[in-house]
Structure formats: structure tokens, C-alpha cells
Design a protein around this ligand. Sequence first.
Ligand SMILES: Cc1cc2nc3c(=O)[nH]c(=O)nc-3n(C[C@H](O)[C@H](O)[C@H](O)COP(=O)(O)OP(=O)(O)OC[C@H]3O[C@@H](n4cnc5c(N)ncnc54)[C@H](O)[C@@H]3O)c2cc1C
Length: 486
Amino acid sequence: MKRREFTKSSLILGMSLMAGPANSGPSRSHNLSGDYYEEPGKKLPARKFDVVVAGGGTAGVVAAIAASRQGAKTVLIEMKGYPGGTVTEGGTTLHSFFNIWKPFPGVKKRQVVRGIPNEIMGRLDKVGGWCGFGDMKSGKRDSTNTVIDTELYKLVTFEMLVEAGVYVCVNTLLVGAIMDGSRVRGVIAESRAGREVFYAKSFVDCTAYGDLSTFAGADYTEPNDYQVANAFGMGNVDIDKIFKYLADRDGIREHAVGRRSGVVDMTIRVQGNFAVMPDGFQEEAKNIGLQSATTTIHDNYLMFVKSNLKMPVSPTDRDAVSKAELELRQRQLKTLELFRKYFPGCEKAFIARTAPRLNIRRGRLITCDYDITNEDVVDARHFDDDVFVYSYHDVGLYMVKNGGTYGIPYRALCPKGIENLLVAGMLITSDKMAHMSTRNTVNCMGQGQAAGTAAALCAFKNKGIRDLKYGDLRGALVKGGVYFES
Ligand SMILES: Cc1cc2nc3c(=O)[nH]c(=O)nc-3n(C[C@H](O)[C@H](O)[C@H](O)COP(=O)(O)OP(=O)(O)OC[C@H]3O[C@@H](n4cnc5c(N)ncnc54)[C@H](O)[C@@H]3O)c2cc1C
């Protein structure tokens, strides 16, 4: 069924039934046999919350903490056994808590994303789990370079969720939405404890692919315009030797320093120029889509090494994803062999950690009341409903004007046509270049704090997301440590 047909029919279904059943969402598997089985109805156990946050990843962790700190009875539903999401599995560096001041002489450095995302960094600091706000020595896309210990990130965010009073359901998959017209009444989730319902007044979709929004009948697009990756950690390596090898050949594109194994001013990021490598390396690197940036905060360890793969179809196609998962693991071994053969200090390297599943930079994009454009980003535009500000753009060509910031408007987090659902994370923004800014980890976290706070306020006041007074939201965000510029 085409997206629009699906959306239309699910809305009609929801409206005609009123308080109707969960809709099945878009088809996720090929039915080659043409056979069907009609599932019998079942009575499910149900619980009531003020706020449901779906997906405990980069944005969802922050959304759930924010909602619960407002006093809302909050449940977080996460399908993996830990919180953290793609920030612990995909990226190399957390872009970016600061404005990009270095390319703009005279512009001062300032921290533009604060609040809960900054608190997480503080907690990581206490357990030796980050590099500090590292310093970019070369490369102009970012001015700072923040690297985290991905395993400790999972732990400290889990602890922060519990301390904030969030009811955390890990290993729990959200599989449906219960609609009452254009209002989400509840969600259906599955775990080894069975199938159950969570009712709430407000909902936040932080599933990256917009699972909850699509179950609720929201409109979406699916550009499938990125490669997928399974970034892995490589042990028994010497980043200083890799850096020297590349630097001796004038092959450094980006270099950053920060705290590594407790020592300051150490190399924590290297992005090489593979054109300086021997032909054999270049050829194989191209075949496996090897990316040249890596980061670390530990000696003898590269946190993220990735080879990319372009899938012929959407990463929501289960069977195509199964093939890609195997191919990516084969590419990991080829990557390891390349490092062992060509980089000094990597002769006895090994694969130390892989992601539990492949990642992509954008899957489904949920259509919201406002779609942020690249002009909004580069022209440093602010809106009368800004919920935080941001400065980083992943394409160096498109820096935010004068080292400044742009605002993320509340409207950009409101899925069209749904009364009580907000979204946060990589699932917003359909403009590809603007998405190069809004999808970055720290931006997703900022969105999470805004969406979680708004969901809690709406739940208290029994209001739809569009009836919330901006002044109330902004006041709560400022209290929560969020920084604004206009
Ligand atoms: C390969 C790669 C490299 C990147 N590099 C960088 C970088 O260097 N710097 C940077 O800042 N950004 C980078 N990004 C972008 C950034 O990491 C992501 O855009 C961001 O982390 C996405 O956050 P999110 O909260 O939207 O999704 P996620 O962090 O993926 O969180 C979604 C969560 O929802 C859960 N979930 C999904 N569906 C369900 C369901 N039905 N039920 C229950 N749980 C569910 C998932 O398990 C996950 O935990 C990169 C992305 C990729 C893929």
C-alpha cells in the first residue's frame, strides 16, 4: 500500500471506529506466498501514564528525563537492552555543543546546547567516559570535538533515567498505536512478558524511523538516499602511529585533540585523505565504502570504524536489511585486514565491538507542521517558537552565518494532523541539506528535551500539542537549563 493510501485508510479507520484498535502500520515483510492468517482478538493488560516516550536513543533518553523531571508519570519503551541509540553505535563525534567560531575571526566561542545533554557529559566526566570538549586542530566543519565512551554512555543514561523516575522498559518493542480519531490513546508493546498496552495523555516518538507516528497514521516520506553502516570498535591499535603515517604523507584532513586515557591534549580524532595511501589500499577501501574518520578516548582503541553500503531499497525492508547486515559484517573483516596490512601500529588489531544492527542517517521522515530548510540553517534564522538553538552543519560548505545559531521551532516537532504526539530526532526535516544539521546527535538531544518537556506540560493541562502556550514551554525549558539566542 502506498504511503498516502495507507495514511488515508488508517485515519478513516481510526475516525470511523473512534477509540479503535491499533492499526497495523506499513507492511514490513514480503508476503511471497500470498497466504494470510487472521489473528484473533485478545484482551491485553493496560497501564496508564502521563507521557509515553517511544525509543530510548539519542533523543528519547533526553525526552524521557525531561518529561519525568516536569513531574509527569513517564514510561520509556526501548527495543534494545540499553538506552543510547545511534549516539553509541553510529557516529564518531557528538556534533556539536558549541557554535562554529573558528572559521569566523572575532566571533567568540559559546556553548549553545546546554540543559540535559550537557548534564549527560558531566555524568560521563565523573566516570572517565568522555574526552572533554576536545579541540579541532584542523578541519573547519566543527570547532570542538566531543567523543564519548559508548559503553559508559549506555550506563550513565540508564542511571539518569531511573534517577529521574522514568519507568524504563528495555527489551520492549513498540508494535502499534491505539487511535481515537486524530488522538493517540495508547501504544501496544511486546516483550518476553507478553503484549501490553500503555495509555497516556501525550506521546513522543523518538524511534528514529518514526514507528509510532506511522502506526498513528502520520504522513511520511522515505528518501532512501543514504548508505547504511555498522560502525565497529577496533582494539590493539595505535592512533598516534596512524596519525604520523598519514601526516608524513600530508594525508590529514581533520585532527582533534582532547583527553585520552586520562591524558590531555592527545589525538582523539583523525580523518585521513586516502588518496595518499598505496593503490592496493585505495582500491579495496573504495570497494567496501571505507570511511576515513575515526575517534577514540582510549589508548589502543578506535571507537568507530565504518564501511558504508548503499542498499537498493529502503532500510525498512526486512529481507533487504538481512542481506545488508551480513554484507556489512563481511566488510568489517575486510576493513580489519586493511588496517592490519597498511597502518603501522595495527598489525595485531581485532574487532572489539560491533553495533547490534545497521544504522542509517535517515529512514522515514515524519511530515510536521514546519519543515526546516537549509536557508533557515545557513541564514541563522530564529522563530517565534524556538525551543533551542544550534550551530553545526555537517557539510563544511554550508556553515551557519557568522558563527551564529539558528532556532529549532516547536512546529518542526509536531506531526501534521495528530493532536497529542510530538517527534524528536533524525526523523524530522525532509530537506536533505538542512537534515545534515538537524540529524546530528546534539541537535537530536536538544529536540528531545523540548519534546519531552512539552509532552509533560500538555499532559498536565490536558491540552493538545498545538494548544500549549509557547511562554509556558519556553519558561520550563529555560528552567531546565536550555540556552536561547534570538
Ligand atoms: C553511520 C552514522 C554516522 C553518524 N555520524 C555522526 C557523527 O559523527 N556525529 C553526529 O553528531 N551525528 C552522527 N550521526 C547522526 C546521529 O548519530 C543520528 O542522527 C542520531 O543519533 C539519531 O538519534 P535518534 O534519537 O533520532 O535515533 P536513535 O539514537 O537511533 O534512537 C532511536 C531508538 O529507538 C529505538 N527504537 C526504534 N524503533 C523502536 C520500536 N518500534 N520500539 C522500541 N524502540 C524502538 C532504537 O532501538 C533506538 O534506541 C551518524 C549517523 C549514522 C547512522
